[in-house]
Design a binder for this molecule. Structure first.
Ligand code: LLP
Length: 410
């Protein structure tokens, strides 16, 4: 990957390790940005930074001319730390705190996407009259996308945004607030959507709110994780979204999209070392990571492909369950896959892990967050180092109980 042997990356950085191929990201960023601009010149592509929130990613996305979607104080600070122009930030979230709204306003975050009436009322108190804050209103379009329930955000029961009638009422109130500047509407129907029809439907629904300057139609374009899966190409997605936009949106409007997964997922792999192999109820291949570094399988049932590094399929394969090391039966990485007879010490490469894996890494069973290594032009850049025991213990304190066991007994 990126001109680097993955065996060398594993030798240098250990396992598990996330590896990101920078060229793949750049190609996809350009395909989305230039592809959208060709079809709809007044447009913007926002990198949904929750998909891979690392300083080096913010830097790279900004260098590729993308704006950035941030959700929460941590992501705002990461973006600012990476040198992103605050006017290019779009601040999302359904439960933004006063402190976060104040931070966003003070840091001159370009656009805040208002989720609800409470947030609007707070913003009205916080935003200074001297420089009105640009806003979009998040609309709940009532479009159900065929994806896992935890990734579905456009149906009427979703916690995000306001139904069209409530959004329209809120927009009137914003227009009456001199320190707030309504730019338009936002909609996001979910993630890992493998069909273009729901995107088309969402654009149609949001067009019911007429006469806006900006229409942000969110992210959600799905990617191909497994051999048997088909995902729409970037061109097909852009063709259909912009064709619908031409039908239903004002021609001079600004059109925004917010891809995360479709930018970074296929740029990433995770490297694991095979720790044990046993044949019991199944042929289990256990690796030195699991749901602590990849929550997706447990959370959404995501299916992945993997390969054993440096081994040819002609050696013969065995049907395996690839499992992690965390204390849950649900800690599976792949429920069933033919691999070239894995043995202890093999390097297992899990494919298409660039989105939401590093994001949701955790310390279950004392796991350390793996490093994130960017590869490009035969060079490695350690974008994030492996977490250490010192990092974890630095947050914690003993209670300093009196060492008087007699007291404990009473
Ligand atoms: N815009 C908004 C407002 C979002 O909430 C999201 C993702 C995106 C854009 C980017 O969507 P994408 O293009 O990446 O599909 N934890 C889940 C993913 C949740 C996605 C959250 N929102 C998972 O691991 O699959």
């Amino acid at each position: 990957m990126g001109g680097v042997a993955l065996a060398d990356v594993a030798a240098r950085f250990g396992t598990p390790t996330y590896v990101i191929d920078v060229a793949t990201f750049r190609n996809r960023a350009r395909a989305l940005k230039e592809g959208l601009a060709r079809r709809w010149p007044r447009s913007e592509v926002l990198f949904a930074s929750k998909s891979l929130p690392a300083l080096a990613m913010y830097e790279l996305a900004a260098a590729e001319g993308l704006s950035i979607d941030v959700a929460g104080e941590g992501e705002i600070r990461l973006a600012l730390n990476a040198g992103v122009d605050p006017s290019r930030l779009f601040f999302h979230g359904n439960a933004k705190t006063d402190a976060e709204l104040r931070l966003a306003v003070d840091a001159h975050v370009g656009t805040i996407i208002v989720d609800n009436v409470d947030e609007f009322e707070r913003l009205r108190d916080i935003a200074p009259a001297s420089s009105p804050q640009d806003l979009l209103v998040r609309v709940l379009p009532g479009v159900t996308a065929p994806t896992h329930p935890s990734q579905e955000t456009g149906g009427v029961t979703s916690k995000f945004g306001l139904p069209l009638d409530q959004a329209a009422a809120l927009m009137k109130e914003i227009e009456d607030s001199p320190n707030l500047n309504l730019r338009g509407v936002h909609v996001h129907i979910g993630s890992q959507i493998l069909d273009t029809a729901p995107f088309v439907e969402a654009v149609r629904r949001v067009a019911a709110i007429t006469g806006q300057d900006s229409y942000d139609v969110g992210g959600g374009l799905g990617v191909r994780y497994t051999v048997d899966e088909e995902a729409p190409s970037i061109d097909k997605y852009l063709d259909e979204v912009t064709a619908t936009a031409r039908e239903v949106l004002p021609p001079q409007a600004r059109l925004l999209i917010e891809p995360g997964r479709s930018l970074v997922a296929s740029a990433g792999v995770t490297l694991y070392r095979v720790v044990s192999v046993k044949h019991t109820g199944r042929h289990f291949v256990a690796v030195d990571g699991g749901m602590a570094d990849n929550m997706d399988v447990a959370l959404t049932g995501q299916r992945y492909e993997a390969v054993i590094d440096g081994r040819a399929l002609s050696e013969g394969t065995v049907q395996c369950a690839v499992v992690g090391r965390q204390c849950e039966s649900g800690d599976k990485l792949i429920d069933g896959i033919a691999l070239v007879t894995p043995v202890v010490g093999d390097l297992l490469v899990l494919l298409v892990t660039g989105a939401y894996s590093y994001t949701m890494a955790n310390n279950y069973n004392g796991a350390y967050i793996p490093p994130l290594v960017f590869v490009e032009n035969a060079e490695c850049h350690e974008a994030s180092r492996r977490q250490t025991f010192d990092d974890i213990v630095a947050l914690q304190r003993l209670r300093a109980l009196p060492l008087d066991t007699a007291t404990w007994r009473t």
